[in-house]
Design a protein around this ligand. Structure first.
Ligand SMILES: Cc1cc2nc3c(=O)[nH]c(=O)nc-3n(C[C@H](O)[C@H](O)[C@H](O)COP(=O)(O)O)c2cc1C
Length: 463
């Protein structure tokens, strides 16, 4: 396992992501979430700090489980309003050279053909720095909003996702052969029709016929992230994901999931070390321990515990407004994010969480740990988590935006660099090459995307 610690910023294009209430803090800029400069400034800071990517969560379902309505979600601005992160990427790419951009998009809402074109567009415009966090979406309000029947049952969503992947792989990898866009001024041929192919698909969930509307982009298939750690979610990750995002409160749970997904990937013939893991964490750092503790106390005074419970209610599918703070949290099977409720119940039989404890824990940075301390203490904690779990790095959430990231870049990154566990500079090339090295611009066998590409190269279709 590499010693290198990788860092992404974990974000939402919204006033609140995972630290409810903090947009009201006097040093927070999240109320400017709908202005470009907040994000272009953040992108520059992240690149100065050698982050691999800005990772945007996304979704269109309301936070309406808590109290049976979206009132708390609206009042606190809980990931609502939320704008489309794909539309932010070009501006941030323009002010950076190396930083990657991972955007979440659901397989439940948009035809694969349209989505494949939008990702190819971003891969062209970022010169190969785009990633996709593949999600399946479980909120009923999102389905209703786009006129679909209720969200599908949990495992069926993953069946649909497998089929969706098959189609987008074929569009990205198979529809245009290498060299098809000849762009020849002399012969006045833009693209060779013999090397551009229509894709036809008839399946259980999708039926389509079309030629990819983008010539091959630098990565073809964007770098693939996945989050979702039910059994079915892990099988999906093992098959498709290059990077897996985990969010659990303890190192033990993260270690269990890392080992499990790597074993499943190995069983499918993939190199388990090629699946990179990022764990959710939030860092509150200051030059000294005491100052960091004071910063944390100050942040605590601004958090919304109601907001934290409303977030968790949506993830778990349990209306936590019905309980008092001293009630224990119990496992309930839901059609939502099974890993969320499991992490705080059956996964750790040693610990019974009360609703009040859960609210306090979740109020800063959601379900992941919060590391508070001096640069040395934080670097120790990050190194220790990495060693205990086998992860490759962290998706860092924030308390204050952009202050939490500015602190990390100014205080923790130099300490990690001094220890030799953090990149001094970016590698050349696409996002995939920055993570995997030269020659890895495209997915290669035995990843399922690569099989489509090989097929067209060996057997050109002249239809
Ligand atoms: C860490 C993490 C981050 C997620 N981020 C998103 C997101 O941004 N948008 C979304 O619609 N779903 C998101 N999901 C939901 C998953 O895509 C999936 O629908 C859900 O977790 C249920 O699958 P599971 O039971 O396998 O975890 C996330 C899940 C996890 C665990």
């Amino acid at each position: 396992m590499s010693k290198e610690i990788r860092i992404n910023a974990f974000l939402a294009f919204a006033p609140t992501h995972l630290s409810p209430g903090l947009w009201a803090h006097p040093r927070d800029r999240a109320l400017d979430y709908n202005s470009l400069s907040l994000w272009t400034d953040l992108a520059r800071t992240a690149e100065r700090g050698g982050y691999d990517a800005l990772f945007f969560a996304d979704g269109i379902s309301q936070y309406d489980v808590y109290g049976g309505s979206n009132a708390a979600g609206v009042r606190w601005g809980l990931q609502f309003p939320r704008l489309d992160p794909l539309l932010l990427v070009s501006a941030m790419a323009q002010v950076t050279e190396h930083l990657g951009f991972a955007v979440t998009s659901s397989v439940s809402y948009e035809a694969p053909f349209l989505f494949a074109r939008r990702m190819s567009t971003l891969d062209h415009l970022t010169r190969g720095r785009i990633g996709w966090n593949i999600v399946t979406s479980f909120g009923q309000s999102g389905s209703r909003a786009i006129g679909q029947p209720d969200a599908r049952p949990h495992d069926e969503r993953y069946d649909l996702a497998d089929e969706y992947m098959e189609i987008v792989y074929r569009l990205w990898e198979e529809s245009w052969q290498d060299g098809a866009a000849v762009r020849d001024r002399d012969t006045r041929v833009f693209a060779d029709p013999a090397r551009v192919h229509e894709i036809r698909h008839e399946g259980r969930f999708f039926s389509m016929q079309g030629t990819h509307y983008s010539e091959p982009s630098p990565q073809r298939t964007p770098l693939l992230y996945q989050a979702g750690t039910s059994r079915r979610g892990k099988d999906f990750a093992a098959r498709h994901a290059e990077c897996v995002f985990l969010s659990s409160p303890t190192a033990q749970l993260v270690a269990r999931d890392v080992a499990d997904v790597r074993a499943r990937a190995a069983a499918l013939g993939r190199d388990p070390a090629s699946v990179l893991f990022f764990a959710l964490a939030t860092v509150i750092v200051a030059p000294t321990s005491e100052e960091a503790q004071a910063k944390w106390q100050d942040i605590q005074r601004h958090v919304s515990l109601e907001g934290a419970l409303a977030l968790f209610s949506r993830w778990s599918g349990i209306d936590l407004s019905k309980y008092s703070p001293d009630d224990p949290l119990r496992y309930v099977k839901s059609e939502g994010m099974q890993s969320a409720i499991e992490a705080f119940t059956v996964a750790d039989p040693e610990r019974v969480w009360t609703i009040g404890e859960l609210a306090i824990f979740n109020a800063i940075g959601g379900k992941g740990p919060v590391f508070i301390g001096s640069p040395t203490e934080v670097a120790d904690a990050l190194e220790s988590w990495k060693a205990q779990t086998g992860i490759d790095g962290f998706n860092l959430s924030h308390a204050l935006l952009p202050g939490t990231h500015e602190d990390f870049v100014d205080l923790v990154v130099p300490e990690l660099r001094r220890r030799g566990v953090y990149k001094q500079d970016y590698r050349a090339g696409t996002l995939r090459e920055k993570l995997y090295g030269e020659g890895h611009a495209h997915l290669s066998a035995p990843h399922p995307a690569a099989s489509h590409r090989a097929a067209t190269i060996e057997e050109p279709d002249h239809a």
